[in-house]
Design a protein around this ligand. Structure first.
Ligand SMILES: C[S@@+](CC[C@H](N)C(=O)[O-])C[C@H]1O[C@@H](n2cnc3c(N)ncnc32)[C@H](O)[C@@H]1O
Length: 395
């Protein structure tokens, strides 16, 4: 079976987590890059990655790489590639170009030349050409251009993979679903441990966690770009989806709680969880959403994980000073009630540990979109509220 070359795009910092996930799906020759993972394997592997990857944003199939000197070379490359192997002249296509240190002057012009090359290829071959469609294309073509090489990819995911199909309702500054899954992986939480998100917003972290615990493949309820490409075996795809459906176990033992100060937002999170196929868990309380101020939330067990994304200055109103004092009160509550728990918090505010009068035991730099954030780990041991300095002074 021929090995195809793929690139899985992901949020920066999640590359090693994604590489492990792809290894588990059978990927070969895995190499991590900034912002993604290169891997090889059969086409079925790419379908499995679209269906099952919790961390990837997109899966791309590399179709050609060539050296270029100017935009004529890029036109020629687009013109000669055997596009009809993948789609026909009826397809609505979209072309996106990303350049890094490219000497080409205009990306818009380069994009246009690629579209011209593809359309001329079809027109000369069959007298008809694909149409260009920005918002809802059948086929998405990506060109990555560096100093000397141009690479063409077909986007196999279509809509980004973090769009699982269940998050219709959003709160303030929602996390992308693959970022939420990535935070859970980085935190070391496993489904046998209690989980709490006291700033749950639209419920992304709790819902991802519940889907992980129940073995619900993240792409089970959506379509993908590869379904419109000739080279994929749709019978094999249907069987793969049936297998994934059969793996779902809604009887998994778990304890996931999520809360937010806003009743409206809690309602949205609950509706999202229902759409995510988690009604059975909501019914018997293994997954719950409630209105609660994080300054007053209490634990449901002796030990567990908090994985959360509190409001921070750039995002919220009330202003950051208010958020800072609120986080001090949240920390007081955690210190009082949550000893034995491990708390992970994603924030863009580097001062969070000092606001909370807590020392982090780990810190991971992570990009939430363009925003450089810190994912802080706090071990809530009894007496963790006493800073080292105070202890030294015996106060
Ligand atoms: C950054 S958002 C969380 C987004 C969430 N991770 C998601 O994916 O939708 C922060 C949330 O904290 C909530 N919040 C603000 N102050 C709070 C408090 N004192 N207690 C509980 N929730 C609070 C806001 O209503 C908001 O939904």
């Amino acid at each position: 079976m021929p090995a195809y070359h793929f690139f899985a795009v992901c949020p920066r910092t999640l590359e090693p987590v994604l590489a492990e996930e792809l290894r588990g799906l059978g990927a070969q020759n895995i190499k991590t890059n900034a912002g993604g993972v290169l891997f090889e394997g059969p086409l079925a592997l790419a379908m499995a990655a679209c269906l099952r990857s919790r961390y990837a944003s997109r899966i791309l199939l590399r179709i050609a790489t060539r050296q270029y000197y100017d935009s004529h070379d890029i036109y020629d490359m687009a013109h000669v590639l055997p596009w009809e192997r993948f789609f026909d002249s009826e397809a609505k296509i979209r072309v996106d170009v990303t350049a890094h240190r490219s000497p080409l002057e205009s990306l818009d012009f380069t994009t246009l030349r690629i579209k011209d090359g593809i359309c001329d290829h079809f027109r000369e071959g069959c007298g008809k050409r694909p149409s260009i469609e920005k918002t809802d294309p059948d086929v998405r073509i990506h060109a990555f251009i560096n100093e000397r090489y141009c690479t063409f990819y077909l986007n196999l995911s279509g809509e980004p993979l973090f769009k699982r199909g269940w998050r219709v309702e959003k709160g303030e500054a929602p996390l992308k679903e693959n970022m939420a899954a990535g935070l859970l992986a980085l935190s070391g939480w496993t489904p046998d441990q209690p989980l709490l998100d006291p700033f749950c917003g639209s419920g992304t972290i709790a819902i991802e966690a519940a889907q992980i615990a129940c073995g619900i493949a993240p792409g089970l309820n959506r379509s993908f770009g590869f379904e419109k490409l000739h080279i994929f075996d749709m019978q094999e795809w249907r069987e793969m989806k049936e297998d994934a459906k059969a793996e779902v176990n809604l009887h998994a033992k778990l304890n996931i709680r999520a809360s937010d100060i806003s009743t409206i937002v809690v309602g949205k999170a609950q509706a999202n969880a229902q759409r995510a196929g988690l009604q059975a868990l909501l019914d018997d309380g293994r997954l719950s959403f409630s209105q609660c101020d994080a300054r007053e939330v209490s634990p449901s067990s002796e030990k567990g994980f908090i994985v959360t994304n509190p409001p921070y200055g750039e995002q919220s109103n009330p202003k950051s000073a208010t958020v800072g004092s609120m986080m001090k009160n949240v920390a007081d509550n955690l210190k009082k009630q949550f000893s034995g728990w491990t708390a992970w918090m994603l924030t863009s505010d580097r001062k969070l540990p000092s606001q909370m009068r807590l020392s982090e035991s780990r810190k991971i730099v992570i990009f939430n979109g363009p925003l450089e954030c810190r994912f802080f780990k706090f071990e809530m041991v009894s007496g963790s509220f006493r800073s080292k300095k105070n202890q030294a002074q015996g106060s």
